[in-house]
Ligand binder design. Structure first.
Ligand code: HEC
Length: 181
């Protein structure tokens, strides 16, 4: 009798999971970076500045958009490219490609570089700090993630950019024991 209860409950759970899985846009990603690393700044220092100045709004994993879109493979990519992030119209219509020439004024003061920018970050007036951040961004490189039949990236457990955020339930989940009630 208890077995039956368990089976129907896990059936409901699976149905609920299937429903949630269908309701959101699959995580999108940018093409691999083809530009050489930007060497006019110090990428190591840029990583530290990035953590403080950008990390609260940006992540580096496909699908992990916070306040701002995730920034993996941003260097050399067209602006506002991700389909799973809701960009402002100004950036979507900018026609920009992200390299040192476009990133520098945007990081210096996004509101000034692009009136009606959705990015409400503090300005960064120090040009050498900006060069360091751009150097760091240019090192963020990942091959296109493997995707399953729904277009969802298959989570790579060896990725150096894994974080503790919730991940999609993937194949194999149904082999795990159901929660005991
Ligand atoms: C307060 C939150 C916040 C902070 C801090 C922030 N950003 Fe953003 N960022 C955003 C938002 C929101 C957008 C989307 C802008 C839009 O749609 O107009 C964005 C967009 C971007 C984009 C364009 C991405 C794309 O797909 O075209 C880049 C590049 C970027 N940010 C870099 C940075 C860097 C580098 C820093 C740190 C120096 C930073 N951001 C700090 C919120 C933030």
């Amino acid at each position: 009798m208890f077995n039956n209860v368990n089976i129907s409950l896990s059936g409901i759970l699976l149905a609920a999971l299937a429903l949630t899985a269908c309701e959101h846009t699959p995580p999108d990603h940018r093409d691999p970076v083809t530009l050489p690393v930007y060497s006019a700044g110090d990428a190591d220092n840029g990583a530290i500045i990035y953590e403080e100045a950008c990390g609260q709004c940006h992540q580096l994993t496909p699908g992990s958009n916070k306040k701002g879109p995730q920034l993996m493979n941003i260097y050399g990519a067209p602006a506002a490219e991700l389909t799973d992030y809701d960009y402002g119209a100004a950036l979507s219509n900018s026609g920009w490609v992200w390299d040192a020439k476009t990133l520098d004024p945007y990081i210096a003061d996004a509101q000034k570089a692009l009136p009606e920018s959705k990015m409400l970050a503090d300005p960064m007036p120090d040009a050498s700090e900006r060069a360091d951040v751009i150097a760091y961004l240019s090192t963020l490189r990942m091959n296109a993630p493997a995707v399953d039949s729904d277009g969802n990236p298959v989570v790579d457990t060896k990725s150096t950019h894994m974080n503790n955020e919730a991940v999609e339930i993937s194949e194999g989940a149904e082999n795990k024991p159901a929660a005991s009630f």
